[in-house]
Design a protein around this ligand. Structure first.
Ligand code: SAM
Length: 283
């Protein structure tokens, strides 16, 4: 959805733009081309590996990159000596490079260690599963995964971990598959919602989205500036929609989210659940 994002950002030469989830630098490269040599680009990512990838493809002139969360944007701008910015983009979730990295455990198709963190900080998903109470697990699978069989999966984890610790992505995927009912080949893998829930929990992802939209972004975006958010599941999208309801802060540019075209869905199947929402900072 590159075209829609770039159109939504309304870029012109000389603007100061934040890419809060710089990832492999795909969006940032295009943004850099449009804001030109007098523009300023601030790229942020929680994952140091992704930041290295971005560094390799972005120019050094006019670009500053920061390792951390977009929630920390006010601190990063202070470090760069910037008072306010014209545009902010956040493309939430995971990049395909992270998904493909066997060592991170993001994909249940590869048997990597069950880590699921963006950055080596706090407990891994395996450590979390080893310690969380059954009630806590049910709540997380239910709240963050909207998993209808949350209780059954939590009970199975608590049972299995007394004899066999759940250490790899496949350990967890197989366990979830063995205790949930399959509904045929067209259904998502039965562990999809559980992996999403665990990832959101270990990285506290929804808290970051909520805090950024309520505090960090309003305080950094100049009046009239634009915020473009790409979300990938209903939980994130609900937070964005609710935050944009604050009419003291935001003028909503997209009353209905922008969705991928059928062609985009065919070419990039992961874009199927993407939604773009745009709001303008009120004076
Ligand atoms: C979908 S990818 C972004 C891809 C990027 N737009 C591109 O064109 O290459 C999402 C990125 O956001 C990062 N991320 C997730 N949560 C973050 C947060 N709270 N702050 C900063 N980066 C975050 C992930 O590490 C990942 O690299």
């Amino acid at each position: 959805m590159m075209r829609e994002v770039l159109r939504g950002l309304e870029l012109t030469p000389g603007l100061t733009v934040v890419d809060g989830t710089v990832g492999g630098g795909g969006h940032s490269r295009k943004i850099g081309e449009q804001i030109g040599p007098n523009g300023r680009l601030i790229g942020i990512d929680r994952d140091p590996t992704m930041l290295d990838r971005a560094r390799a493809v972005l120019p050094t002139e006019g670009v500053s990159l920061h390792r951390g969360s977009y929630v920390e944007l006010p601190d990063f701008l202070k470090a760069d000596g910037i008072a306010a910015v014209d545009r902010i983009l956040v493309d939430l979730g995971l990049s395909s490079d992270q998904l493909a990295d066997r060592e991170r455990g993001f994909s249940f198709h590869a048997d990597g260690p069950l880590d699921l963190r963006f950055h080596a900080e706090g407990p891994t998903a395996a450590e979390f599963l080893a310690k969380a109470s059954e009630t806590e697990l049910v709540k997380i699978f239910h709240d963050y995964g909207e998993e209808p069989q949350a209780s059954r999966i939590a009970a199975a984890i608590v049972r299995q971990r007394t004899t066999h610790p759940i250490l790899t992505a496949l350990d967890l995927a197989d366990l979830v598959g063995s205790v949930t009912s399959h509904k045929g080949p067209s259904e998502k893998h039965p562990a999809t919602r559980v992996f999403q829930a665990l990832r959101l929990a270990v990285n506290r992802e929804l808290e970051h989205v909520q805090k950024a939209l309520a505090e960090s972004f309003p305080s950094c975006l100049r009046p009239g500036g634009l915020l473009v958010v790409i979300s990938f599941h209903s939980l994130e999208d609900r937070i964005v929609k609710d935050a944009f309801r604050d009419a003291t802060v935001w003028d909503v540019v997209t009353p209905k989210p922008i969705l991928p075209t059928p062609t985009e869905e065919r070419v990039t199947p992961r874009s199927r659940s993407a939604k773009i929402r745009i709001a303008r900072r009120r004076p």
